[in-house]
Design a protein around this ligand. Structure first.
Ligand code: MLT
Ligand code: ZN
Length: 415
């Protein structure tokens, strides 16, 4: 009947991808929630799209595996939605993009055809890898119904450290040190600024600053490995190296230590408490008022310049905070205001995206285009690339009924 549809998972997206604009019919995926199988030899789990990420992770952990993806919305988001939006999250640094972890999928096309690409082969070089098109397509090419995901073994030893630092340069130098000294056990490097931490401790019950003094920046480092003793030894050497004042040689700015203060979680409860300081920022921002959320990829050394520049631009009008996936060059720049302000919104956009473009960054590192960023696609994709995307969309969905008005600029449907 050519009715337009919007596939909806946990509805936790941040760019309105699962929200209809006009009279589209919502297709809820929540009852397609079976975990079909786990192949322990190959480490491949097969499940339906509506399984909640946290539930799948718990299922896997009970069997000594883990999902290669973790993010703040894990308690509600669906793995189908994660695939459709190519979600990034906090394990990206270790396990990479879902484009690598998803080995196969099943999708329903606009004409009702069920496309079975549910292969669970590690290697398959038989021409075009069609399933990749659905990962990150945000429901505009088909509705993902099943997935086969490559899942790593559950790490036997996990450690989390939380540091206070006096400058963003020191965060960068700590990242470089962590990469070289923790190397194969390093699983996450996240950062937040002081305002982000203050929001979390103000708005989230039970959240408290674990350090004695306050610092302009904080870095959270996680290691995951298979040998607790070995990892501990590495981590202790690393802690000593970042907390010892330098001679001025190498990556550390002279004199002061890279890290001014730090704490290492002693058990699972403390680990969760430290992670909450980072993962709880989004929730704390929501409690603080109206928030304009930006999710950009930039050269890592330029990331915080964008926050400071926006702070200068908006002055007293708003609170501008910066946090994100330092190890992935992914900044979450968020602007908090008591109520919606056309003036503030107009000062942020398109200015911010023009600057991102000038630095060859991405207007969406991990949240996708949804409906909120469509008009900025050209800042991150060439006209030729947008043209190819349009042609792919026409091929899969000639009548424009799959999640219309999302990802791509509007076009007139062929008659
Ligand atoms: C995060 O990393 O916390 C989210 O991607 C960003 C957010 O929800 O603001
Ligand atoms: Zn994020």
């Amino acid at each position: 009947r050519r009715l337009a549809v919007v596939p909806q998972g946990g509805n936790t997206g941040l760019v309105g991808g699962s929200v209809p604009l006009f009279d589209e019919v919502i297709v809820s995926m929540s009852r397609m929630n079976s975990i079909i199988s786990l192949d322990p030899l190959a480490g491949i789990v097969t499940c339906e799209a509506g399984v909640v990420l946290e539930r799948l992770n718990e299922y896997l952990e009970e069997r000594d595996f883990v999902m290669p993806l973790d993010l703040g919305a894990k308690g509600s988001c669906h793995v189908g939605g994660n695939a459709a939006t190519n979600a990034g999250g906090i394990r990206f640094l270790r396990y990479g993009s879902l484009h690598g972890s998803i080995l196969g999928l099943e999708a329903v096309l606009a004409d009702g055809t069920v496309l079975d690409s549910l292969s669970s082969l590690r290697k398959d070089n038989t021409g075009y890898d069609v399933k990749q098109l659905f990962i990150g397509s945000e429901g505009t090419l088909g509705i993902i119904t099943k997935l086969a995901i490559l899942v790593p073994r559950k790490p036997k030893a996990v450690h989390v450290a939380f540091f206070g630092l006096s400058s963003y340069e020191k965060c960068l130098a700590t990242l470089v040190r962590a990469r070289s000294e923790l190397s194969e056990v390093l699983s996450a490097v996240e950062f937040l600024d002081r305002s982000s931490l203050e929001l979390v401790t103000r708005h989230l019950p039970g959240a408290r600053d674990p350090l004695a003094a306050s610092y302009p920046f904080y870095v959270l480092i996680e290691t995951s490995g298979s040998d607790a003793e070995h990892d501990n030894e590495k981590l202790n050497r690393f802690l000593e190296s970042v907390m010892t004042p330098s001679s001025g040689a190498g990556d550390a700015p002279g004199g002061e230590a890279l890290v001014q203060d730090g704490t290492l979680a002693q058990d699972r409860t403390q680990m969760k408490a430290l992670w909450k300081l980072r993962e709880g920022i989004a929730e704390a921002l929501m409690k603080n008022g109206v928030v304009y959320k930006y999710d950009i990829s930039l050269p890592t050394d330029k990331m915080y310049d964008f926050v400071e520049d926006m702070q200068r631009r908006l002055g007293q009008r708003a609170l501008v905070v910066g946090y994100g996936h330092l190890g992935d060059g992914n900044l979450h720049l968020n602007v908090s205001v008591p109520q919606h302000s056309t003036e503030v919104h107009g000062l942020i956009e398109p200015y911010l995206f023009e600057r991102v473009h000038a630095h060859k960054g991405s207007v969406s590192a991990e949240h996708g285009m949804g409906q909120c960023k469509v008009k900025y696609l050209h800042f991150s994709k060439s006209p030729e690339a947008i043209g190819v995307m349009q042609r792919i969309k026409n091929l899969f969905d000639p009548h424009g009924i799959l999640n219309p008005y999302k990802v791509l600029p509007a076009r007139s449907a062929p008659t």
